[in-house]
Design a protein around this ligand. Structure first.
Ligand code: GBH
Length: 453
């Protein structure tokens, strides 16, 4: 059965600056929190750092040529704040010039650029001032946004303020698995709120910059499943769901933080005092689209002791675990459950009336091998086929999904997992920097060419 996507559906691939660029000291770039984090022993697998990553800072032309051969018309990338403003405040024209060249090269190939302003790589100088728990960062982020918009806004229409504030706040400042590697649940909640303020101010800055901007934010979602349908399981699932799927979404929609969530987090005593008059209005700037990242569902299990540490140490999540996934797993151990993707999109469609959705990331890590110059990643082909079918199902059932960005164009630096996890459509040999187009890329290119499955 052929599955066609709506006319004008936006097909793309996505990347993030720190994961691909390398050249972390070139052209005046300042250190980001990921440079500091990766330099500390034992935090990232194999002691990997963002150098050389995919050496994309120097090889961007060849990477875009590859993208152009695949015929995928949209490209979502992020700008590194620490290239544009090495100390978080002062403009470095050479850093800005890189993104200028990148945008021009994309446009020369007929590829539409989609810019994400923040994908987790805070200038270290601003972490020295407290990082995201410091409210002043919201204004600094708006200044940075204005600078990038001034430089690229004549050619870039599609702007995302922040990628996954959940991860930036709760994994960076809460469980410490990501930079800056702090473990302070209370501070993580404040970081989350300040990231939302930063989004609000940046959205205003983008609109004020003139032109026809499309403004979005990208959130990560995980539908929550339970294996047992009793009150305790339902309550564990509710708590995880509110923290994971509504902390950032509901304020964007003008509803503030859900009262149940405020109650769940009240004992930490930091979130409500951090919310100043006018904050919630500022956060709820009109959005043109919502970026949705989906990889896998979560499974919630209550523990007997409500105070017991969780195996998923997110702010306020005591007394429950997130259980082992089921069925076919990716190499990260994530469950492959495309029906959860459909459920998510239909839920978002109902929860955010009138707000178009774009899938900003979806993809899977597997162990890939280059054999005779080819990567037969049938598992990834299947993941994409099933998850694209799931998106198609959601559209058929009424969800307003306008586009899909495959994560990721290239195998890259997968954060705390270093170079051990490959998400790319294109294989990268991190010793030689050789690129090999995987079978999944050919499959995806074919879907894009036919606008259907
Ligand atoms: C995305 O994050 C990133 O945007 C991208 O840079 C990255 O390479 C890609 O995914 C692949 O990892 O919620 O604590 O139970 C995905 C982030 C991963 C966040 C799974 C939540 C579950 C742990 N999500 N994670 S938790």
């Amino acid at each position: 059965m052929a599955r066609g996507f709506p006319a004008g559906f936006r097909w793309g691939t996505a990347t993030a600056a720190y994961q691909i660029e390398g050249s972390t000291t070139a052209d005046g770039r300042g250190p980001s929190i990921w440079d500091t984090f990766t330099a500390r022993p034992g935090l990232v697998l194999d002691g990997a750092t963002g150098d050389p990553a995919c050496d994309h800072y120097r090889r961007y032309r060849e990477d875009i040529a590859l993208l152009s051969e695949l015929g995928v018309p949209y490209y979502r990338f992020s700008v590194a704040w620490s290239r544009v403003m090495p100390d978080g405040r002062t403009i470095e024209p050479r850093g800005l010039a890189f993104y200028d060249r990148l945008v021009d090269t994309l446009l020369e190939h007929g590829i539409t650029p989609m810019v994400t302003l923040y994908h987790w790589d805070l200038p270290e100088a601003l972490q020295a001032e407290g990082g995201w728990p410091n409210r002043d960062l919201a204004d600094l982020f708006a200044d940075y946004t204005l600078t990038v918009h001034k430089a690229l806004g004549d050619r870039v229409r599609q702007w995302t303020t922040i990628n996954e504030p959940f991860c930036a706040a709760f994994i960076g400042y809460g469980n410490g698995d990501h930079a800056p590697g702090l473990r302070d649940e209370g501070a993580a909640l404040v970081a989350g709120h300040n990231l939302m303020l930063a989004h609000g101010k940046a959205a205003q800055a983008l609109r004020a910059g003139g032109g026809e901007q499309e403004v979005s934010i990208v959130l990560n979602f995980a539908p929550v499943l339970t294996d047992v349908d009793d009150a305790a399981h339902r309550e564990a699932a509710r708590r995880f769901d509110f923290l994971h799927n509504r902390f950032f979404l509901d304020p964007l929609l003008g509803r503030g933080y859900p009262p149940e969530l405020l109650a769940d987090l009240a004992h930490l005593g930091t979130l409500e005092p951090a919310i100043a008059d006018g904050d919630l209005e500022l956060v709820a700037q009109p959005l043109d689209v919502l970026g949705v990242n989906y990889y896998a569902p979560a499974r919630a299990v209550p523990l007997d002791d409500p105070e017991a540490d969780s195996n998923c140490p997110l702010p306020g999540l005591r007394g429950m675990d997130v259980t082992p996934p089921r069925g076919d797993l990716t190499s990260l151990g994530w469950e492959q459950r495309p029906e959860s993707f459909t459920d998510l999109l239909l839920w978002l469609h109902g929860h955010c009336p009138g707000l178009p959705l774009v899938i900003a990331e979806n993809g899977a890590a597997f162990v890939d091998k280059v054999v005779d110059g080819r990567v037969r990643d049938t598992n990834r082909v299947r993941y994409f086929a099933e998850h694209l079918a799931a998106v198609h199902d959601a559209i058929e059932r009424g969800a307003d999904v306008r586009g899909y960005m495959a994560w990721s164009l290239l195998d890259n630096f997968e954060w705390a997992m270093g170079y051990t996890q490959r998400f790319g459509l294109v294989h990268v040999d991190f010793d030689t920097q050789e690129r090999v187009v995987k079978d999944s890329a050919r499959f995806y290119a074919d879907v894009v060419a036919r606008n259907g499955l």
